[in-house]
Design a protein around this ligand. Structure first.
Ligand code: SAH
Length: 275
């Protein structure tokens, strides 16, 4: 595991305090408005780490690490300023287990429990950019299938007027709710259910994004997509029983559905039912 200078020491202890199972203890702290707050006073900024007013200092530390991550994303070809801005402001380290915090800003997927993973920042930003499709303002209503730990949902909530995010595993749905509480994202709606059916109550959607890969795109998703809307999803590529996947972009146009298959990706499988 690569260590980054100055970053992990403070975050470790900060985040250890914010694990879901200590929520009772942390409830008042989590009720504070988010996120990249500066230390309360200039003097705290120069205190040695050993004194460790960790909860005061980590915001600045992690925002610097995030800025580096955003630079790398830009270097990989992400150009949409809205996407880069959202990636720079959502604290990914709050969505991973405390043992993995040192890797939170590396371009890697990480386990989030129940056999699932948080997507790589590179993939989250790539899909968000495809979803936005160069639009000037915010996206309208967005449906996400596969909330997982809630990280991508938080990113999307900064890019869209409303986000509906469905998760089929109760344990992760609950964890996402916990992870997202501090952000108080009023336009983000977390739903527990089988995303195969989409979520008809929120339809039509300007955009639909899946974080799990199936054999095909369920018809419900296409039906719930607005005319002119775009769907981005990993799909198992034809004939590949080993589960090779590629990113699919589907545009719903008055002339019909237009599908484009892009680069290879690796997502957890899309599954039916709830658990
Ligand atoms: N966007 C997530 C990635 C989570 S991994 C993040 O930022 O962390 C994909 C998630 O899709 C898993 O949590 C998995 O349980 C969920 N999933 C798979 N099939 C699903 C379905 N039919 N409906 C809803 N969620 C599903």
């Amino acid at each position: 595991m690569k260590q980054r200078p100055s970053f992990p020491a403070k975050l470790d202890s900060t985040l250890a305090r914010n694990r879901p199972n200590t929520v009772g203890v942390n409830a008042p702290a989590m009720a504070k408005p988010a996120v990249t707050a500066s230390p309360a006073t200039p003097s705290e900024r120069v205190r040695p780490v050993a004194v460790a007013q960790v909860s005061q200092g980590h915001g600045m530390e992690s925002s610097a690490v995030r800025a580096r991550m955003v630079q790398k994303l830009a270097g990989q070809g992400i150009t949409d300023p809205h996407v880069l801005g959202a990636m720079g402001s959502i604290e990914r380290h709050r969505f991973v287990d405390s043992a993995l915090i040192n890797q939170a800003y590396e371009d890697t997927s990480l386990p989030i429990g129940l056999g699932q993973t948080i997507s790589k920042p590179g993939v989250v930003s790539r899909m968000a950019e495809l979803l936005r499709n160069g639009q000037v303002g915010k996206l309208g209503r967005v449906l996400e299938i596969g909330t997982g730990c809630g990280y991508q949902a938080a990113v999307l909530s900064l890019l869209a007027t409303e986000v509906y995010s469905i998760e089929r595993l109760r344990g992760l749905h609950d964890r996402a709710r916990e992870n997202l509480r501090h952000l108080r994202l009023a336009n983000l709606h977390l739903l527990f259910g089988d995303g195969m059916d989409g979520y008809a109550k929120g339809a039509p959607y300007a955009a639909i994004i899946a974080a799990a890969g199936g054999e095909a795109v369920p018809q419900a998703w296409v039906d719930q997509l607005a005319m002119g809307g775009r769907l981005v999803a990993p799909v198992v590529t034809a004939g590949a029983s080993g589960g090779a996947q590629a990113l699919l972009v589907l545009d719903k146009t008055p002339q019909g559905v237009r599908q484009t298959l892009l680069e290879a990706v690796h997502f957890v499988p899309l599954k039916s039912g709830i658990a």
